[in-house]
Write a protein that binds this ligand. Structure first.
Ligand code: FAD
Ligand code: NAD
Length: 468
């Protein structure tokens, strides 16, 4: 029977990163994956394909809507959906092949099949396509089995017209109309893809704000800007059903007045969250405890109630984000190797890859108000940025929240061009516990979108912004 120091179950960004770090630390490591390709949700049906389609659809949208303003005239512009989807598949393949290469390079043994517990130190691997299962022995296990789309019990997903994000990443036509249930991250990113390509998109959201867990100012501005590309929002609507008849889906909802209303689409994308995935693991055989909402219970070291068995990523508490899973993978590998790593969960940024992009880190203004903490606000709009005017991306702003007394930056919330990358400056500043004054005094190259961060910090420290 093969023996390992560490066996990782699941090859998403949590699992494959944990495996690499374990191998770097000299631990004999195996990685079990039930799908034929490595990389998990993120690489196969999540972050990477969605960003590939966001980029393609943005090119089309710009060619269609903004090129003329730049003095570029095009004729006979059209969308070639099969080619767009094939390109996306190529991007995914390059990424998942890259993980295979990294496994070989780090001498990590990849075991293909469904992993399940025999007991706390033995795992069975059942080949996905059938065939005999085999058992391995392992000193430590890292469970990184991720999540799957949450289904509403009253909606029957046929995966053709009533779909989740997985199918929405693979539609080979431009739909005429799409109803999106849920104004969260997936709903907004995929609504953006199809609205840019010409689909009439309606978003039906339960709460009164889109991206309701981020600083509320961001959702407000994003809703305004996405309205300009034709996305319609139906807020405070509780979806109660969706029924397909032929190629038409009718979605029912209760509106704020308590009336029953209906929306029709060629497709209905249900994006109401994701649920931890533990099916088939046979956790009971190892005596592993669960907590609410199907998550695996872990302590501050990400260890389950069973010594030597850890869990990371979407299958445990916290934000369901690839970079959070990655940090936890490194954390657990280093813990197993006897190190004392640390994760600052407050400084894990959240990003929405719409256009304009949206990003936030640290406390939101709502949280600071709720906690009764005295704070200052500095804001800078992109319409006052020379770089944003040059590119024509003047929607959005950077908002900096700083402690009223010490000036320490407590939160940074941005909506605007390329701020998915700009948020890294805020994370760095906050990790080093910078004050708004510190950032305000640093040189930012001109003309860049990053100047908005400096200007917002100037605004937070006594209304000193130069360009507004
Ligand atoms: P996963 O990536 O879900 O991987 C789990 C793996 O475990 C899977 O490969 C699965 O097959 C395998 N597995 C499960 N059970 C077993 C078993 N018993 N045996 C063997 N293998 C098993 N996050 C971001 O940070 N940025 C983004 O831009 C972003 N975009 C997204 C877009 C979409 C459409 C979706 C759906 C998600 C997106 N996410 C994004 C979220 C991100 O994909 C997840 O947070 C991340 O993949 C979680 O990583 P993980 O390692 O915990 O699990
Ligand atoms: P979400 O939690 O972000 O949003 C779900 C939305 O659906 C919420 O706004 C909720 O109020 C609404 N909702 C729930 N039930 C409803 C109902 N019956 N009727 C109408 N609205 C309803 O979930 P998601 O968008 O599915 O994304 C899942 C996870 O994937 C998120 O945790 C996110 O972190 C991750 N993800 C991240 C990225 C990124 O980082 N850019 C991209 C995609 C997904």
């Amino acid at each position: 029977m093969n023996q390992y120091d560490v066996t990782v179950i699941g090859s998403g960004p949590g699992g494959y990163v944990a495996a690499i770090r374990c191998a770097q630390l000299g631990l004999k490591t195996a990685l079990i994956e039930k799908y034929p390709t490595l990389g998990g949700t993120c690489l196969n049906v999540g972050c990477i394909p969605s960003k590939a389609l966001l980029d393609s659809s943005e090119h089309y949208h710009n060619a269609h809507s903004t090129f003329a303003e730049h003095g570029i005239d095009l004729e006979n512009l059209r969308v070639n959906m099969p080619q767009m989807m094939d390109r996306k598949a190529g991007v995914v393949k390059a990424n998942v092949d890259g993980i295979g290469y990294l496994m070989k390079k780090n001498k990590i043994e990849v075991l293909a099949g469904v992993g399940s517990f025999v007991d706390a130190t033995h795992l069975s691997i059942a080949p996905t396509g059938g065939g005999e299962a085999h058992t391995i022995e392992t000193k430590n296990v890292i469970i990184a089995t991720g999540s799957k789309p949450t289904v509403l019990p009253f909606i029957q997903h046929d995966k053709e017209r009533i779909i989740t994000s997985t199918e929405a990443l693979n539609i080979r036509e431009v739909p005429g109309r799409m109803v999106v249930v849920g104004g969260g991250v997936i709903g907004l990113e995929l609504a953006s893809v199809y609205a840019r390509l010409g689909t009439k998109v309606s978003i039906v959201e339960y709460t009164d704000s889109i991206i309701p867990t981020m600083d509320l100012s961001l959702g407000k501005e994003l809703k305004r800007v996405l309205g300009k590309i034709g996305i319609q929002f139906f807020m405070s609507h509780k979806v109660t059903g969706a029924v397909r008849a032929g190629d038409v889906v009718t979605v029912s909802a209760t509106n704020p007045k308590g009336e029953e209303v209906q929306f029709e689409g060629d497709y209905c994308l249900v994006a109401v969250g994701r649920s931890p995935y533990t099916a088939g693991l046979n956790l009971e055989a190892a005596g592993i405890e669960m907590e609410e909402r199907g998550r695996i219970k872990v302590d501050a070291h990400l260890q389950t109630n069973v010594p030597g068995i850890y869990a990371i990523g979407d299958v445990v508490r916290g934000a369901m984000l690839a970079h959070k899973a990655e940090e936890e993978g490194v954390f657990v590998a280093e813990t197993i190797a006897g190190q004392k790593p640390h994760i600052n969960y407050l400084l894990i940024p959240g990003v929405v890859y719409t256009w304009p992009e949206v990003a936030g880190v640290g406390f939101t203004e709502e949280q600071l108000k709720h906690d009764g903490r005295a704070y200052k606000v500095g804001s800078f709009p992109f319409k006052a940025s020379g770089r944003a005017r040059a590119s024509g991306d003047t929607d959005g702003f950077v908002k900096v929240l700083a402690d009223h007394t010490t000036d320490e930056i407590l939160g940074v919330h941005m909506i605007g061009p390329r701020i998915a990358d700009l948020i890294a400056e805020a994370v760095t500043a906050m990790e080093f516990r910078a004050s708004a004054e510190d950032v305000a005094r640093m040189s930012h190259s001109h003309p860049t979108y990053a100047e908005a961060m400096k200007e917002a910090c100037l605004a937070a420290t006594g209304n000193r912004a130069i360009h507004m």
